[in-house]
Write a protein that binds this ligand. Structure first.
Ligand SMILES: Cc1ncc(COP(=O)(O)O)c(C=O)c1O
Length: 393
């Protein structure tokens, strides 16, 4: 028996449980309609909430930066990989987030790994929402801190945990998604801030899905709750509403300065490419200048939420549902099991609708995940609803 034969057995188990995953080859520019394996489909699977990944201005900015600085940044930021463009982007993020400073990582995942493991270590404690994104979970494990999960959004449970355990650890860090990526609901930020202040804990909010989308300025979850003047650390990604690639942390000048000296996933990795950096900077300028994109997204969200709720509440449609609570452009429909998710996802695709069928272990229960874009049209939403209604009947 080869020492690798367990892999075949493991893959067979994954198939049997309907947990097998594979890539979905899309062609053409990112947008509300894409070509999936040669067939045109409506795209409800993208995190490109503002429709910027295919925007000419981001593409032009990326091309110009590539021509000027080359295709790669060729080294770590602290050695040969720093360009003035990186700093321009960091200043733009800090301006959007209204923080003293910001730091850009090569991805959001790396931002979470590096930040959490720089802030806490084996003598410390992390208090984490049970539905947190994988990067927060892995960052927490990597740090070596004691990790205590609280049930999703449960502030009574978090208070109890802090009461019992805060005195046993040197530093405490509360970590949470701002917008929960596989559910679409928001963290209770004001209550989290109160608990963090009461128990002398740091608070890290992952705003991957809030940035560009939430708040009157599009600055994210903190903007939405109007909590910008409170002490906390915000991280996020450049790869969703900002249509590029990379991650960031926005916080006080001292937190950012500390991360530049202590976050291994920033120090020991190559700086963001000029193209990604310039595209993200162009996207932030658009978020600031074009609030109508955000307004369009929210108009779509209100319309679709209302139509889906009505479809799923009809008794004859009881085969799928309900719609999970959402305050974001992520709308999820609860399903019975992984097999139903796979089958419905495939049937919708045949009907020309592309969305994500999300299954364990990504989430505890299977669901259809629909994501909206500002560049969808009302007719796209109607077609999605009609396809769902006929499949659920
Ligand atoms: C909540 C959350 N945090 C972090 C990340 C990681 O961001 P990135 O794709 O930039 O690595 C994601 C993206 O998948 C996410 O959904």
């Amino acid at each position: 028996m080869s020492s690798y034969s367990w892999i075949e057995r493991s893959l067979a188990t994954i198939h049997k449980a309907n947990w097998y995953r594979q890539v979905q080859p899309l062609a053409g520019r990112s947008g509300a309609q894409v070509s999936l394996q040669g067939t045109p489909v409506l795209n409800f699977a993208s995190n490109d909430y503002l429709g910027l990944a295919g925007d000419e201005r981001l593409i032009e900015a990326a091309v110009a930066a590539t021509r000027e600085s080359g295709s790669g940044s060729t080294g770590s930021r602290l050695l040969s990989g720093h360009r003035p463009l990186h700093r321009d982007l960091e200043m733009a993020i800090a301006r959007l987030k209204q923080t003293e400073d910001a730091i850009v990582f090569s991805s959001g995942y790396l931002a979470n790994l590096g930040t959490i493991s720089a802030l806490v270590g084996p003598r410390d404690g992390i208090f984490a929402d049970a539905y947190n994104h994988s990067s927060l979970r892995q960052g927490s494990r990597l740090s070596g801190a004691m990790v205590q999960e609280y049930p999703h959004g449960d502030m009574v449970a978090l208070r109890q945990q802090l009461q019992q355990q805060r005195s046993q650890v040197r530093r405490a860090l509360i970590v949470t998604d701002g917008v929960f990526s596989m559910d679409g609901d928001l963290c209770p930020l004001p209550q989290l801030l109160e608990l963090a202040e009461e128990y002398e804990a740091m608070l890290l909010v992952d705003d991957a899905h809030g940035t560009g989308v939430l708040g009157s300025r599009g600055a994210g979850t903190v903007d939405h709750f109007d909590c910008g003047d409170r002490p906390l650390i915000q991280m996020g990604t450049l790869s969703k509403a900002l249509g590029s690639l990379g991650g960031y942390v926005a916080a006080s000048a001292s937190v950012i300065d500390y991360l530049r000296n202590r976050a291994p996933t920033w120090i020991y990795t190559t700086g963001l490419s000029p193209a990604d950096t310039a595209a993200a900077k162009a996207a932030i300028a658009i978020v600031e200048a074009e609030p109508q994109r955000r307004q369009q997204l929210w108009t779509h969200q209100t319309y679709l939420k209302q139509r889906l709720s009505s479809i799923l509440s009809q008794k004859s449609q009881a085969k799928i549902g309900p719609l999970l609570p959402s305050n974001s452009p992520i709308l999820c429909i609860q399903l019975a099991d992984a097999a139903q998710a796979v089958n419905l996802g495939a049937s919708l695709r045949e009907a020309g609708v592309f969305l994500s069928a999300v299954r364990p272990p990504t989430v505890p229960t299977s669901r259809l995940r629909i994501t909206l874009m500002a560049t969808h049209e009302r007719e796209h939403l109607d077609r999605l609803c009609e396809s769902l209604a006929s499949l659920a009947a």
